[in-house]
Write a protein that binds this ligand. Sequence first.
Ligand code: AMP
Length: 218
Amino acid sequence: MKKELIFLGPPACGKGTQTNRLAEHFGFPHIDTGSLLRAEIASGSENGNIAKQFIDKGQLVPVWLVGDIIKARLSQDDCKDGFILDGFPRSMEQAEMLETIREHIDGDNEVDFRATYFDVDMHVLISRIVNRRSCTNCGEIYNLKTKAPKVEGKCDICGGELTQRKDDNEETAHARFDTYFRETAPLIDYYKNKNVLFTINADGTIDEVWKRLLKVVE
Ligand code: AMP
């Protein structure tokens, strides 16, 4: 049966690292709205310029913009057996939009749809954000405290340059948390009421969290 997996959790809860690995595990595409939007910005498109203004302030990009990107991406052929959707939906409006998109794509076919919530204490998160670096070439994610690269500033895997995301500073991080609690956290109850919510403790090493994740999605 087609598997459609979505993920909820505050900024820096570790979703990106785990869902990348999960996509490889299942052989499904990893669709991450944050990365899609950053690619849109890098392309210099008009939508990218609009998105940038919101991302730099830690606010959600307008729903029409992100909805169009997601609808086009989920309709592609490589999603026909399943997908890993990371970072969407992030508001009630987006959750409703996802329902509409799924009805359009799946019709009456039975689908295994699950939402996994990464539960993690707030104090861990800010530290993760300010220490996070990622490879500009392959996207591998590092943490200067818990997963430092062997050579400073260089990716262990491909030797690419490591940079800090522009919105990974303390001020924007706080704004992103405010946005998360206001807009995204209500989705936990929304999916709980639909009986599709699974919660995992996301405080732990990458391998510990990975084992907990596999238990709820396999
Ligand atoms: P992320 O890489 O998931 O932390 O996302 C970085 C930023 O991209 C967020 O702070 C938002 O500004 C924007 N963004 C990512 N996903 C969405 C979404 N589903 N809806 C609106 N904005 C988003």
